[in-house]
Design a binder for this molecule. Structure first.
Ligand code: AHR
Length: 320
């Protein structure tokens, strides 16, 4: 009897406190996030942005690093489903092969948000929204910069080598496509070699060494799908006794601080911005999705292009 009375009193007290302070009563949102890995300066900034935004927003974040492997991401997503998280977000390593696991999330009624990279699925209802850059446009921006620059070059032919991102990933496929599209109208511009550098500095350097060995001074331009590979390649160019930024023009994508430093040192000619600061937007959209509100299917990040001429002015305000 005494126990029952105490229980009733305690419940009434908790109810009263919760009614006066709704924030105390609300259960924090739980998000499972599967990250690609830690392959680049960009990725590190992206991870920091997501972790900081979750903390600021009071979101319980279950974070899993896939180390650039799709099978690790599938495992992580399955584990989030088993833990009944409120929402799953992930940046897919590659575009294809997601139907099964995304259907499992849908059957468990857990919404999925794509960040940074897209998936290739026949049923778009398998994810709620996709927040990230327009990678094709980034490739076009890199190509347009070169077309303008080429107009001032006396060369009859301009030979380009391309360092692609991770095979099968959305940014590698799209940046290649956008760049090819933008230079297509100029017969002087020729891509003579194109190979993956897996978005890392080490691989970028290694592949550039091979390009230099095969083509030597024939190379006029390097187009790298990210800054890290460009920075690795710059080292290879210097070790080969050539001047990056002069003997070989260097174009890359991301806009990380390392790229600005390379531009200020005269070794990189332009970086096309790709913002990793997706955390705050992700938390906001996740809240809306979990609350059942309608959200746009595609949320595109606003970005610009930074040629070497503006690097010193822009550097102090760079956030990543
Ligand atoms: O998906 C975005 C790309 O992935 C960035 O350009 C690259 O640096 C990263 O590894």
């Amino acid at each position: 009897m005494i126990h029952t009375r105490r229980f009733i009193l305690a419940s009434a007290l908790i109810g009263a406190v919760a009614a006066s302070f709704p924030a105390l009563a609300a259960k924090p949102m739980v998000m499972g996030f599967s990250q690609v890995g830690a392959e680049s300066e960009w990725r590190t900034a992206n991870t920091t942005s997501i972790k900081e935004a979750a903390k600021k927003d009071g979101v319980v974040l279950k974070f899993a690093d896939a180390q650039q492997r799709q099978e690790n991401q599938v495992k992580a997503i399955r584990s989030f489903i088993a833990q009944h998280v409120d929402v799953i977000a992930f940046s897919p390593v590659v575009e294809s092969g997601w139907e099964t696991v995304l259907r499992e999330a849908k059957n468990a009624k857990i919404p999925v948000i794509l960040t940074d990279r897209a998936v290739n699925v026949s049923d778009p209802s398998l994810y709620a929204t996709f927040i990230g850059s327009d990678f094709v446009e980034e490739g076009r921006r890199a190509g347009r910069w070169l077309v303008e620059r080429a107009a001032k070059m006396p060369n009859k032919v301009i030979n380009i080598v391309e360092l692609q991102g991770t095979v099968g990933s959305a940014p590698a496929l799209d940046r290649k496509k956008g760049f090819a599209e933008a230079i297509a109208g100029n017969p002087k511009l020729k891509v003579i070699r194109s190979q993956t550098g897996d978005f890392t500095r080490a691989k970028g350097k290694e592949v550039m060494e091979a390009f230099l060995k095969a083509e030597g001074k024939n190379i006029n331009v390097l187009y790298a799908h990210n800054d890290d590979m460009a920075i690795g390649a710059i080292q290879a160019i210097e070790e080969a006794g050539l001047k990056p930024g002069k003997d070989i023009l260097v174009i890359s994508i991301d806009g990380v601080k390392g790229a600005f430093q390379a531009m200020m040192a005269g070794k990189l000619n332009v970086t096309v911005e790709c913002s990793p600061l997706l955390g705050p937007q992700l938390m906001q959209v996740a809240r809306d999705v979990v609350a059942g509100k309608a959200v746009p299917k595609r949320i595109t990040t606003v970005e610009s292009v930074f040629p070497a001429e503006v690097a010193a002015k822009e550097f102090p305000s760079r956030k990543y």
